[in-house]
Design a protein around this ligand. Structure first.
Ligand code: AR6
Length: 168
């Protein structure tokens, strides 16, 4: 599995799947979630509503998959990061679950390349250095006989980019 780092807008990345930092409602929001729904168009929201009707949204740490509408990727994997409130161990485990469950879903769907945003480090206030360590460690630990060929960490802000650069 190749790991890459980019400073970019994830909605412009051409990969099999981009990951969305969603919320439990799956109905969209601000940050990267807002950008994905805005650029992806209504197809994504319609599929999110169907999933919501079937299973009542998405729990923190879990992930669901939809098509990507007008985006250059084929799929969007929506995962829900934890809101940081200082309960370190529980929140760290939930953040790791976001990466593992997204990669599992990718594997199940034959996805070869996947791009992650820095889940929970915006509106959900997870400390950026801690979140990056968890993201890198969890992705490196994920071993599913190399079915996923490429993982891209997409940083939007300078601070995250610098942290990832030093970690990778
Ligand atoms: N491309 C890549 N990364 C981005 C983009 C983009 N276009 N826009 C923002 N980021 P956030 P969270 C980065 O707040 O903390 C929403 O309302 C941003 O710099 O998007 O998990 C949801 O509906 C930050 O590093 O997600 C939830 O309610 C990272 O994406 C809530 O926000 C995550 O920031 C989720 O909060």
């Amino acid at each position: 599995m190749k790991i890459e780092l980019l400073k970019a807008d994830i909605t412009e990345i051409q990969v099999d799947a981009i990951v969305n930092a969603a919320n439990t409602s799956l109905l969209g929001g601000g940050g990267v979630d807002g950008a994905i729904h805005r650029k992806g168009g209504k197809a994504i929201l319609e599929e999110c509503v169907q999933i919501r009707n079937k299973q009542g949204g998405c729990k923190t740490g879990e992930a669901v998959i939809t098509t990507a509408g007008n985006l250059p990727s084929k799929y969007v994997i929506h995962t829900v990061g934890p809101v940081w409130n200082g309960d370190k161990e529980e929140k760290s485990k939930l953040l790791a679950d976001c990466y593992t469950n997204s990669l599992n879903l990718a594997t199940q769907n034959g996805i070869k390349s996947i791009a992650f945003p820095n889940i929970s480090t915006g509106i959900y206030h997870f400390p950026k250095d801690k979140a990056a360590e968890i993201a890198v460690r969890t992705v490196k630990d994920f071993d599913k006989s190399n079915e996923i060929e490429k993982v891209i960490f997409v940083c939007f802000d300078d601070e995250n980019y610098k942290i990832y650069k030093s970690l990778l």
